[in-house]
Design a protein around this ligand. Structure first.
Ligand code: FAD
Length: 482
């Protein structure tokens, strides 16, 4: 009788490989020090606080070691050693993630991309920027702007998050409505596989139909398939004419109508369309210490950015469009920023989420739903939360042009309630709508058990098959995603 092969065994096929080290840690660290140098392998108190947890502040844990490689070659050598020892490795970027994806367990080795940073090349003819993975998003944006271009990726954590982390999470952010997610900004990618092999596809071509487009397997894979070391990012002509407005609306349907009205008039020049329900807006105004520019309270607010090329009359055309909408009864009120400082003040209300971990015990959701269903979902969700946990404080906002709704429930307002119960309660409401439990932050460790709400068994099996093919020992970021 022959032994069943791996492919015959259904259980083995669907189980995610998860490594348990087969070599003593001391032996692995010795090999790592020999390969990378002593200063690149930190242990115990040498590991700074930053490596212990991400922006969720979830379960801070000191990993067994922190690697600080400076080059792709060093990442490759480190992974080859860990692969041979079946040693779990957790890639770490700027640690601004909101899904617990970069948090290492006590027996894991964390691998920081912090020292593998810097812009390598700006190619004006190709309109591309080649950067190392540890470069902060802001540094990449500034390099693009200095050459008259624009990197069409922007989010509140820009000063700390890294390009590698942005790509590993396929970050969304404020400009998706205009230019797509992080995935859409990538032309080439260099990745180190679990066994140390380097997959260097740093092409600058827009068109390249030579078989599978492998980069897309790694973008959004949350460090479970490979370590991103370099990327070629697509640049866009700089949209110098930015105009920002805050508008007050009757209800969600009015917001969708306004979005369509502005899209008809300005096409792709609508750069942001951020909806804030009053709970969020009022809290944002309070947190920023600002005064609401409106005299009265309103049922809904939208922060809108017109981002075009034509500096001459773009502001006037945008203002005229809002005046027309006001006269047509399509909105209740509007204020238009008259200066960069005004625009920043309006954006500060929307970006008050950076303060949430300091002011709240945040239970964060970043779900997605068809745009037309978001308003009804918010009403139902709020009513259900109020019925289940009277007195809860919940804040709704979203990039609705991208079908993305955010909700933060303040755990302080429901003392004694386990966060998990709140996650399960809200995610279950998505199931009948076939919504996504993560629009942009990823699954990490926090949403693992809820992934089947959004993915079919066949989809999950295909993901596990890819994981098994690229990381057969399961050393990369075990316990995340699956
Ligand atoms: C104030 C604030 C605002 C935010 N706004 C947004 C927003 O609008 N849209 C949005 O999408 N997100 C947002 N986020 C979440 C977060 O900033 C993004 O998820 C960001 O892309 C994470 O980048 P990072 O470098 O901090 O990654 P980390 O948090 O360090 O890691 C995130 C995941 O990527 C993996 N990873 C990191 N680097 C690499 C690499 N080089 N190779 C392979 N895997 C890697 C990690 O293992 C982990 O699974 C926000 C966060 C904050 C704090």
């Amino acid at each position: 009788m022959t032994e069943p092969s791996i492919t015959d065994d259904k259980t083995t096929q669907t189980a995610t490989p998860t490594a348990t080290a087969t070599a003593p840690l001391a032996t692995t660290l010795e090999a790592l020090r020999a390969a990378l140098g002593v200063d690149a392998v930190r242990v115990g108190e040498q590991i700074g606080e930053r490596a212990l947890t991400d922006w969720t502040r979830h379960e801070p844990t000191r990993p067994a070691a922190l690697l600080m490689p400076r080059t792709t070659d060093e990442v490759s050598r480190a992974l080859a050693i860990c692969h041979a020892a079946h040693q779990p490795v957790v890639p770490q970027g700027g640690m601004t993630g909101l899904a617990g994806g970069a948090i290492a367990r006590a027996n894991d080795i964390a691998l920081s991309l912090e020292r593998l940073s810097g812009v390598e090349e700006l190619d004006a003819a190709s309109a591309t920027l080649t950067v190392r993975a540890g470069t902060t998003l802001q540094a990449a944006q500034e390099a693009a702007e200095a050459a008259g271009f624009e990197l069409a990726l922007d989010l509140g954590a820009r000063g700390s998050c890294q390009i590698g982390g942005n790509l590993a999470t396929n970050a969304g952010g404020n400009r998706v409505i205009q230019s797509g997610t992080a995935r859409d900004q990538v032309l080439g990618l260099e990745v180190v596989l679990a066994n140390g092999d380097v997959l260097s596809s740093l092409g600058k071509m827009v068109k390249n139909n030579t078989g599978y487009d492998l980069k897309h397997w790694f973008i959004g894979s949350e460090g479970t398939l490979g370590v991103i070391t370099r990327a070629v990012l697509r640049l866009h002509p700089r949209r110098a004419a930015r105009h920002t407005a805050l508008v007050a609306l009757d209800d969600y349907d009015a917001a969708v109508s306004l979005l369509r009205r502005l899209a008809t008039r300005f096409g792709n020049d609508i750069g942001a369309f951020e909806i804030m329900w009053p709970d969020f807006y009022d809290f944002g105004v309070k947190l920023t210490g600002a005064r609401s520019p409106f005299d009265a309270a309103h049922p809904l607010y939208a922060l809108i950015e017109h981002a075009g090329f034509d500096a001459d009359d773009a502001g006037e055309r945008f203002a005229q469009a809002l005046t027309d909408a006001l006269q047509a009864g399509a909105l209740r009120d509007a204020v238009i920023a008259q200066s960069v400082a005004d625009a920043r003040a309006l954006w500060a209300i929307r970006e008050c989420t950076a303060e949430f971990p300091l002011k709240l015990d945040p239970i964060n959701f970043d779900v997605s739903l068809p745009i037309g269903e978001i308003g009804t979902f918010v009403d139902r969700c709020r009513a259900a939360l109020d019925q289940r946990w009277p007195g809860n404080r919940s804040y709704f906002f979203g990039h609705i042009g991208d079908s993305n709704l955010h909700l933060t429930v303040d755990g302080h307002s429901i003392p004694g309630v386990d966060h998990h119960a709140v996650y399960a309660f809200v995610y279950e409401m998505l199931r009948p709508l076939r919504g996504s439990v993560s629009a942009e932050h990823g699954i990490g460790s926090l949403k693992r058990e809820f992934l089947p709400i959004s993915r079919s068994p066949a989809e999950l099996a295909a993901m596990v098959a890819i994981k098994r093919a690229l990381d057969p020992h399961g050393i990369l970021n075990p316990g995340k995603l699956f």
